[in-house]
Ligand binder design. Structure first.
Ligand SMILES: [Ca+2]
Ligand SMILES: [Ca+2]
Length: 200
């Protein structure tokens, strides 16, 4: 009877030992597994590596047009971008428009007043981070208008403008003259520089 009293205790110790041995074996196997393959299962470092795998391409396009305006007149200079740009993954990241002129009337010391406004029609998206869309000068200095969006990255969530779209610069002239009836017009250059970007 005494011997039987000890039997359950002995089986219990064997059971405890087997559980201990099994857990130890599992821990040793897990330790070896993570030592050998741990870096391969580091998901966060892999995803970071993926985001830097993108190559950002920037393509600069320039367009220059020349107009002649009469006193009180205005005109819209249009630069068109066709749809094949977006089909190849390009988006608009920067527009800079430079409006320049000089007094063309002989003997007139008073430079004319030129005003300009930049607009884009055809597509809409997030607002640019830098934006100057109107300007007016009367000293023959250039007007610089611009729209610049956040720099494109591989995982960018910005809603950039896609083609087709038209960049429109509305230019108007008011003649100023020190000699009556000597000046009635002005020759104005509108230079548009666009940067299209894509992540490959
Ligand atoms: Ca003038
Ligand atoms: Ca003039």
């Amino acid at each position: 009877m005494l011997h039987k009293d000890f039997e359950p205790k002995t089986r219990g110790e064997e059971k405890d030992f087997l559980i201990f041995a099994s857990i130890s074996a599992i821990l040793i196997v897990l330790h070896i597994f993570f030592v050998l393959f741990g870096t391969a299962y580091d998901v966060s470092s892999d995803s970071q590596a993926d985001s830097t795998d993108f190559v950002i391409e920037n393509n600069s396009i320039a367009d220059s047009q020349n107009i002649v305006l009469q006193d009180g007149g205005s005109d819209i200079v249009v630069t068109e971008f066709a749809s094949n740009w977006s089909e190849e993954g390009w988006v608009l990241t920067s527009v800079v428009v430079t409006i320049s002129y000089s007094e063309t009337s002989t003997g007139d010391a008073d430079c004319d007043t030129v005003s300009a406004e930049l607009m884009i029609s055809g597509d809409s998206g997030d607002e640019p981070v830098t934006s100057t869309i109107t300007g007016s000068v009367s000293d023959c200095s250039p007007i610089i208008l611009e729209m610049k969006w956040q720099e494109l990255t591989g995982d960018s969530e910005v809603d950039y403008l896609q083609t087709p779209f038209e960049i429109e610069t509305d230019v108007s002239l008011n003649v100023d003259s020190t000699i009556p009836f000597n000046d009635n017009d002005e020759q104005i250059d509108v230079s548009v520089e666009v940067i299209m970007s894509r992540a490959q």
